[in-house]
Design a binder for this molecule. Structure first.
Ligand code: F6R
Length: 244
């Protein structure tokens, strides 16, 4: 893992965004794995501005998102699909036919997860996966547990995740379940970029970088991957300043 501490969120967004743009320029049919949440917003904004400036096209890239809430349709304002549509897809030339998402309204979640894993495999696997990290160390919605997960699956969200994300669900209960890529799916990405911003991520970053590899801190598995870049702001890096 290569860890870099940046002095501003904008610098992280520009650096990570430029990695995705560079991929699209060199390999127009690149396969991108995306995350939702507040952390990657600057990255998507950078990618959109590069597209608007005519410096990159995403017309042929394929995209796969990490996760989706169970029970929310694509056009639900709280769905991760709607988030991506608003913040990236509608702002660039990414083609609807190239966008892949877990369907949180599928009648058979198990079949839906197998379909998604097969689509990732058929696309040739993920060239690059963008990740945030939960305060509890989750990546995707792989919550702390007793074992590392493999392919996509239905997960019961932890209280930590519900506490962190319920702010987005004004006036309604947030879903308690989601479909998510498994740790195995994420791990097979050829390159991984994990971003962490803010003091509330400091403990998870500390466990990821310094702790032992354990499913109790799911991101700790990334230590075994040979192409991971970790981008931190000062606050997220506050407990690891002696080693990075
Ligand atoms: C989102 C995802 C999650 C988030 C994590 C951090 O698709 O899979 O792992 O990356 O919960 O969320 P934020 O960025 O909102 O702090």
């Amino acid at each position: 893992m290569q860890t870099t501490v940046f002095s501003s969120e904008q610098e992280i967004a520009r650096t990570a965004g430029e990695i995705f743009c560079g991929f699209a320029r060199r390999k127009p049919k690149a396969v991108f794995g995306f995350a939702t949440g507040s952390t990657p917003l600057g990255v998507y904004s950078y990618m959109a501005s590069e597209y608007r400036a005519g410096r990159v096209s995403f017309a042929q890239v394929k995209t796969f998102n990490l996760d989706e809430y169970c029970g929310l349709t694509k056009d639900d304002e709280n769905s991760f699909f709607a988030f991506m549509q608003e913040n990236l897809f509608s702002q660039t030339d990414i083609q609807a036919k190239n966008i892949h998402f877990l369907d949180g309204t599928a009648a058979n979640y198990n079949a839906e997860c197998r379909r998604y894993d097969a689509e990732i495999a058929a696309a040739g696997g993920l060239d690059i996966q963008l990740l945030g990290i939960g305060p509890n160390g989750h990546i995707g919605f792989n919550e702390p547990g007793k074992y590392f997960t493999e392919g996509s699956f239905k997960v019961k969200l932890s209280q930590s995740t519900i506490d962190a994300n319920s702010v987005y669900f004004e006036g309604r209960d947030m879903p308690q379940y989601a479909l998510t890529m498994g740790i195995g799916s994420i791990f097979r990405a050829r390159k991984i970029i994990l971003l962490a911003l803010g003091e509330q991520k400091a403990q998870a970053v500390n466990e990821m970088l310094r702790g032992k590899i354990t499913p109790r801190w799911p991101a700790s598995i990334l230590k075994l991957h040979d192409n991971v870049s970790i981008f931190l702001d000062e606050a997220a890096a506050s407990l690891v300043r002696d080693i990075v």
